[in-house]
Design a protein around this ligand. Structure first.
Ligand code: NDP
Ligand code: MG
Length: 381
């Protein structure tokens, strides 16, 4: 069980829910980090009294230093300071709740410092999953997933000592706000439509990824890396109710699932209390009040991002870093109202075709592939 945590991305959706859970569990907070939301991190720093607060935006960091001058909290600015926040000696656990590739270096730094990683930042595993998992194995650092599907699988695998017992993982997927629409209808959907998720309230980037189903594609890659399984052992099923958070099918045909209310504080809590389960004040799922549970195949024609992610996963090397970099850049443009919904898939597919794949990539190869994919997308808009 964690005692002192540092949170990378404390002002976001996962970061704020982590602080709620930390307060309930009585955990200490060593470091908080964000990009630029000064007011929010100031409030958090006053409440949780961390030793260090970091803003990657240097101007915002200067502002924060002035605001927190009456407190003992040390303030740092810039991206490199994330690594300092990730390695403070007093923290046993680092919650990686930043969005995007920016999480990669600090996650690796935390692994080398042998912290438990409560991992929400999926882009890191998607781009450099093998490097991250190899480093964790070599350093003896534990990675406990926060993403609800991967937490469900992690929970179902407790007591499974041999990964050969697994026949396949089944990731459930809500289908997003555009489920059941035709491609013609989906093509007309705007930023506001995409930001309306049926079951979860999350940051804007992942909410758009849920609408395109890229999120599920990224999660397929995340699962392959976390559990070191090939693509044909990770499948996706549409489950509109978001009650079954994912399943494991074992060799003997037994299926284990984890069920619960769609509340991220549950997997966050498990990542912090693992291997124990603390008392949770929240109302549990009431099966008698549940809607009927349904399962269906995803439509990879209407939602091509899922197919693109699976293709990149099958190709390996830097293909997933290119996919992720192009998608991050395209989603940013979509959120800025610069491109349409299907342009995200189109630009990502084009970037994949344009950027060559490197086998057995080093960290520099991954960063170069990410940069090339982003540059490609920007050059096309
Ligand atoms: P949010 O957008 O709500 O929060 C992102 C956090 O990262 C904020 O603290 C933000 O700071 C910070 N941040 C953004 N850009 C940078 C940057 N360039 N440098 C440093 N910090 C930065 O995201 P979510 O909480 O929704 O998601 C976080 C991660 O967790 C993502 O990888 C997502 O895929 C994953 N995840 C999220 C789930 C959810 O329910 N939200 C579920 C499963 C996984 P600031 O506030 O200053 O901008
Ligand atoms: Mg998820």
């Amino acid at each position: 069980m964690s005692k002192t945590i540092s949170i990378l991305g404390s002002t976001g959706s996962i970061g704020r829910q982590t602080l709620d859970v930390a307060e309930q569990l009585g955990l200490r907070v060593a470091a908080l980090t964000a990009n630029s939301r000064v007011g929010r991190i100031e409030e958090q720093a006053r409440r949780f009294q961390p030793r260090l607060a970091v803003l990657t935006d240097e101007d915002a960091a200067r502002d924060l230093a002035v605001r927190l001058a009456d407190t003992p909290v040390r303030v740092l600015g810039g991206e490199a300071a994330l690594e300092e926040a990730a390695t403070l000696p007093e923290a046993d656990t680092v919650v990686t709740a930043v969005v995007g590739m920016v999480g990669l270096r600090p996650t690796l730094a935390a692994i080398r410092a042998r912290k438990r990683i409560a991992l929400a930042n999926k882009e890191t595993l998607v781009c450099a999953g093998e490097l991250v998992m190899d480093a964790a194995e070599a350093c003896g650092a534990e990675i406990v997933p926060v993403d609800s599907e991967h937490s469900a699988i992690f929970q179902c695998l407790q007591g499974c000592a041999d990964r050969r017992e697994i026949r396949r993982l089944i990731l459930t997927c809500s289908g997003g706000p555009f489920y059941g629409m035709t491609a013609a209808e989906v093509g007309k959907m705007t930023r506001e439509d995409a930001l309306r998720h049926p079951n979860w309230t999350m940051g804007p980037k992942i909410t758009v990824d849920c609408a395109t189903l890229m999120n599920k594609g990224l999660e397929v890659i995340e699962a392959m890396r976390l559990y070191r399984l090939p693509l044909d052992q990770v499948s996706v099923m549409i489950h509109r109710q978001s009650v079954v958070h994912s399943l494991v099918e074992f060799r003997d045909g037994a299926l284990l699932a984890q069920l619960g209310t769609p509340d991220m504080r549950l997997p966050i809590r498990y990542a912090l209390t693992y291997p124990e389960r603390g008392e949770n004040p929240a109302e549990p799922l009431d099966l008698l009040a549940c809607p009927p549970l349904t399962f269906a195949r995803p439509d990879r024609e209407v939602f091509p991002c899922l197919r693109l992610a699976e293709e990149a996963a099958g190709e390996g090397g830097t293909a997933c870093a290119v996919l992720n970099g192009a998608n991050e850049e395209a989603v940013g443009l979509f959120l800025a109202d610069r491109i349409g919904f299907y342009d995200i898939a189109r630009l990502t597919a084009e970037a994949r075709a344009a950027v060559p794949v490197t086998r057995n990539p080093s960290l520099d190869d991954v960063l170069a592939a990410d940069a090339a994919a982003r540059a490609y997308v920007r050059s096309r808009v």
